[in-house]
Design a protein around this ligand. Structure first.
Ligand SMILES: CC(C)(COP(=O)(O)OP(=O)(O)OC[C@H]1O[C@@H](n2cnc3c(N)ncnc32)[C@H](O)[C@@H]1OP(=O)(O)O)[C@@H](O)C(=O)NCCC(=O)NCCS
Length: 170
């Protein structure tokens, strides 16, 4: 499926919100409370990040979204953090892979040197396998750090990748 990734625009939110709402309602991948309000998620996804993108299918339909922001302020601000969500109906077609590769190029263009994922839920095996496949190294396990909606306290992983312009086409 040819995927186009572009910056989110003001009119995209009504298509993005149901994807995020459905994903976060499961309480199995992101720490947003499953009953988060649209306003809270909109703020977290659009206002807090440095940039937010959408992934579009050939017909223009939004099938995924990601954000990028500094992982820390000040002396830690050269490391970025990203969050990715793919519409459940569009999973397994390489959309997250495309977004992650795009985000690494975006990160380098914005001056970041590395990317860190702080809370990858250990039971989210699809995501864990995908990030490792894309060159992220597991640098830590946070015991019981995620309160999974169905499984209770489960481990969360910290993943890190030093970005290389040689590997990622900027
Ligand atoms: C986890 C998530 C981001 C994965 O998105 P995705 O678009 O399904 O991921 P991809 O399609 O790029 O990769 C998933 C699998 O499809 C395979 N794949 C890649 N391109 C493919 C293609 N063109 N056709 C078929 N399969 C493909 C990948 O190899 C990968 O295989 P694997 O599971 O054996 O490793 C998505 O399921 C999601 O949004 N989940 C909820 C939120 C979440 O967990 N976000 C990440 C938090 S850390």
């Amino acid at each position: 499926m040819p995927i186009t990734i572009r910056p989110i625009t003001a009119t995209d939110w009504p298509a993005v919100w149901p994807i995020l709402q459905q994903t976060f309602a499961s309480g199995d991948s992101y720490p947003f409370p499953p009953d988060s309000s649209e306003a809270d998620i909109r703020h977290a996804w659009l206002d807090v990040p440095q940039q937010t993108f959408v992934a579009c299918a050939e017909d223009g339909a939004i099938v995924g979204t990601y954000y990028i922001k500094p992982n820390q302020t000040g002396l830690g601000s050269h490391v970025c953090n990203c969050g990715y969500v793919v519409a459940p109906a569009a999973s397994g077609r390489g959309i997250a892979t495309t977004m992650c590769v795009h985000s690494q190029a975006t990160a380098l263009a914005l001056g970041f040197r590395a990317m860190q994922f702080n809370l990858v839920v250990a039971t989210n095996t699809r995501a864990v396998r995908l990030w490792r496949h894309l060159g992220f190294e597991q640098v830590g396990v946070l015991p019981g750090a995620f309160r999974h909606a169905r499984l209770g306290y489960v481990d969360a992983l910290v993943l890190f990748k030093t970005l290389s312009p040689q590997e990622v086409k900027v």
